[in-house]
Design a protein around this ligand. Structure first.
Ligand code: CDP
Length: 223
């Protein structure tokens, strides 16, 4: 049964800080819809690169964004964004997208395009009888759901994060992405006031998940 007052869990943090791994486990444990907003920014980036529209081409960008029809399909308990009916492919994890995504994500029109789509995931969670959602990104606890039931912010030492990304076989300039994400004017990556700050540098994934779980369990029993 869908929860009449869906629980919202926000997880923000820098690149490769462990958001996806922990939020997938928590989504399973508490029967929440998992929403990876980074994948949405990656998909839009991939689409704009395909259309050969540079981040600096304001008019072209706005026209291209207006032409994107965004919808959702479920993959297990994760929300997948469809752009004009198409799901993301492996390209969204490519080096090219890693290098470009922060530049597109800094553009107000790109963020605006995703704003109501992201908030609309609450309805998606209700429609599919989840007890709420767990959404990961950079501005979830600060901008998208500032009144979320739980707002976590994950930190980890950059060297440790680079090691994790390399172990996944990816070439990714995480420090550079964090620099651009933290310094942009609109919705920068920041730990919002009142968020629960967790430094995962010396913690295992299991330890991080246990910490978050203990907080969530104060409002919601495991499913
Ligand atoms: O998985 P990883 O932490 O490396 O990154 P991601 O969550 O897939 O996000 C990719 C990029 O999307 C980030 O570097 C940001 O530029 C952008 N992003 C954002 O601006 N706002 C969000 N809520 C989520 C991602």
């Amino acid at each position: 049964m869908a929860n009449p007052t869906p629980i919202i869990v926000a997880i923000d943090g820098g690149a490769a800080s462990g958001k996806s791994s922990s939020s997938k486990i928590l989504a399973e444990r508490f029967n929440l819809l998992h929403v990876d907003t980074g994948s949405f920014y990656r998909q839009i980036t991939s689409e704009l690169l395909k259309q050969e529209i540079a981040p600096t081409e304001q008019a072209g960008l706005e026209a291209a964004l207006a032409g994107l029809d965004l919808s959702t399909q479920l993959d297990g308990r994760s929300a997948q964004m469809l752009i004009n009916g198409q799901a993301a492919d492996d390209e969204i994890r490519s080096q090219t997208v890693n290098e470009n995504v922060s530049h597109y994500a800094a553009i107000p029109a790109v963020r605006q395009t995703l704003l109501s789509y992201q908030r609309g995931q609450i309805d998606e969670s209700q429609k599919h009888d989840f007890r709420g959602l767990i959404m990961e990104g950079r501005d979830i606890g600060s901008v998208i759901f500032p009144k979320a039931d739980f707002r976590f912010f994950l930190h980890a030492d950059p060297a440790e994060r680079a090691k994790r990304r390399a172990a996944e076989g990816q070439t990714d300039s995480i420090v550079e992405r964090d620099r651009i994400d933290s310094s942009r004017k609109v919705s920068p990556l920041t730990c919002p006031d009142g968020a629960i700050d967790i430094d995962s540098t010396h913690l295992t994934l299991n330890e991080v998940v246990t910490k978050m779980s203990d907080y969530i369990a104060t409002k919601l029993s495991p499913a």
